[in-house]
Design a protein around this ligand. Structure first.
Ligand SMILES: *Cc1c(COP(=O)(O)O)cnc(C)c1O
Length: 368
C-alpha cells in the first residue's frame, strides 16, 4: 500500500473475512449469522462490506433505519435485511424494498399491519422483539396473549423471528444479570411458540454474547463490532483484526517558542520550545474535541504524538518535539496495532463511538 497523501480510512477486507470466520468458528454448525451493518457498517462502508459478506455467504443483515436498508438493496444486497428501529412513516418504502421490520410494541404492530394489508401483502416477514432487561425496545412477556391474538387476526404478516438484546454481554461482572436475560428469553419463546403454532428463528446474542455465552446462540447470532475487529476484551481482541486503518499526513511543522500558544482559545501554552505538526483531520472528520488537550494521540514514525490544544473542525495539532519527521509524512490515527479501542479509551469512550463517528468526508480505500 502506498503511503497516505491525504486523510483516508483504509478498509482491510481480508481482516473482515478473518473476523467473520473466527466468529463463525465460535458457533455450532448451522447457527445462522446476521451481520449488523447499521451506521455505515460502524463507519466503515455498509454497501461494500455487506456485498463482501454476502459473497462469504452470511445469512442475514441488520440495519437501524429503513434508508440504510434501501441503500443496501440499491448496492445489490439480496439477503434478508432486518430493520432494527423502523419508523411507521417509512413502512411503504420498507415493503417496496423487501426489508423486514422489528416489531417491538402494539403501536408499531398495528401501524405495520395496516400498511401491509393496504399493500395486499401475505405472510410478510416480521421480527418480534422482547424486552428482557435492556429496557430500550420490545414487548414484555405479559403482552404475549394480546400480541398473538392480533397476529391471528391477519394473514398479512408472519413472524420470521423472535429476538431480544443483551444489556451487558461484555461485562462478566454482570453475568448473573445476563443469565437472567437468557432465561427470560427462553421462557418467552417457550410461552409464545405453542400459541403461534409455528417456530420462528430465535436470536439473542451480539458479539460479546457470542463469545461469552455459547449456550445462548439459539438459531442465529447478530454480530457488529466483532466483524469490524473488536472483541471487547483483552483476551478476545487477540483473535480479531480491526478492519479500519485511519491515516493522515503532516501538512505543516511549526517551532513553538516558550510562551507561545497553539490553536483556538490559546488552549495550549508552551513552557519551553517545542515542535508541532498540523494534520488535516478534525472534529468534522470524527476526532471530537474530547481527544484534544493531551488526551488523544497519533502515531508518527512509530512514536506517539499527543494532540495539543483544542481539536479544530478540520485540523489537529500534535506535539512532535522528539519525533524525526517532515511535512508530507504519513500519520497513523489508528490501525491494527494502535487500535481505535485504545484511542477511544483516552477520551473515556468506546471503539463503537469512535469508528461510527468517522465522517463521510473521509475517503474510504479498500484493501482487497
Ligand atoms: C447494534 C446491535 C447489535 C450488534 O452489537 P455488537 O455489540 O456490535 O455485536 C446486535 N443487536 C442489536 C439489536 C443491535 O442494536
Amino acid at each position: 500500500m502506498p503511503k497516505a497523501q491525504e486523510t483516508i480510512l483504509e478498509i482491510d477486507l481480508k481482516a473482515l473475512k478473518h473476523n467473520f470466520e473466527y466468529l463463525k468458528s465460535k458457533t455450532k454448525n448451522g447457527t445462522k449469522i446476521l451481520g449488523v451493518v447499521k451506521a455505515f457498517a460502524y463507519g466503515n462502508d455498509a454497501n461494500e462490506i455487506a456485498c463482501y459478506l454476502q459473497d462469504l455467504n452470511i445469512d442475514y443483515f441488520a440495519v437501524a433505519y429503513v434508508q440504510e436498508g434501501i441503500s443496501l438493496r440499491n448496492a445489490g444486497v439480496s439477503k434478508p435485511i432486518l430493520v432494527l428501529h423502523p419508523q411507521a412513516v417509512n413502512f411503504k418504502l420498507l415493503i417496496k424494498y423487501c426489508l423486514e421490520p422489528n416489531i417491538y410494541n402494539a403501536k408499531i404492530l398495528n401501524d405495520f399491519i395496516k400498511i401491509a394489508e393496504d399493500e395486499n401483502q401475505e405472510n410478510y416477514p416480521v421480527h418480534i422483539k422482547f424486552n428482557t432487561g435492556l429496557n430500550r425496545l420490545g414487548f414484555n412477556e405479559n403482552d404475549i396473549d394480546d400480541l398473538v391474538s392480533k397476529l391471528k387476526q391477519t394473514s398479512s404478516i408472519k413472524v420470521t423471528s423472535i429476538f431480544s438484546h443483551l444489556a451487558a454481554s461484555e461485562d462478566l461482572n454482570e453475568k448473573d444479570f445476563t443469565l437472567n436475560q437468557i432465561q427470560s428469553f427462553k421462557n418467552i419463546s417457550e410461552n409464545i411458540i405453542p400459541k403461534l403454532g409455528y417456530k420462528p428463528l430465535l436470536h439473542l446474542c451480539n458479539t460479546s454474547g457470542i463469545l461469552n455465552y455459547p449456550e445462548a446462540h439459539f438459531d442465529m447470532v447478530r454480530t457488529g463490532i466483532g466483524l469490524y475487529g473488536f472483541g471487547n476484551s483483552e483476551k478476545e481482541n487477540k483473535h480479531f483484526k480491526p478492519i479500519g486503518i485511519l491515516k493522515t499526513i503532516i501538512s505543516q511543522i511549526h517551532i513553538i517558542e516558550k510562551g507561545s500558544s497553539v490553536g483556538y482559545n490559546r488552549a495550549f501554552k508552551s513552557d519551553k520550545q517545542i515542535k508541532t505538526a498540523t494534520l488535516p483531520i478534525g472534529h468534522a472528520d470524527g476526532i471530537g474535541r474530547q481527544y484534544g488537550n493531551g488526551k488523544g494521540f497519533v502515531i508518527i514514525n512509530g512514536q506517539k504524538a499527543p494532540i495539543i490544544g483544542n481539536v479544530c473542525m478540520d485540523m489537529v495539532m500534535v506535539n512532535i518535539t522528539n519525533i524525526d519527521c517532515k511535512e508530507g509524512d504519513e500519520v497513523i490515527v489508528f490501525d491494527q496495532k494502535n487500535t481505535a479501542e485504545q484511542l477511544a479509551e483516552t477520551a473515556s469512550t468506546i471503539s463503537y463511538e469512535l469508528i461510527t463517528g468517522i465522517s463521510q468526508r473521509v475517503k474510504r480505500v479498500y484493501l482487497k
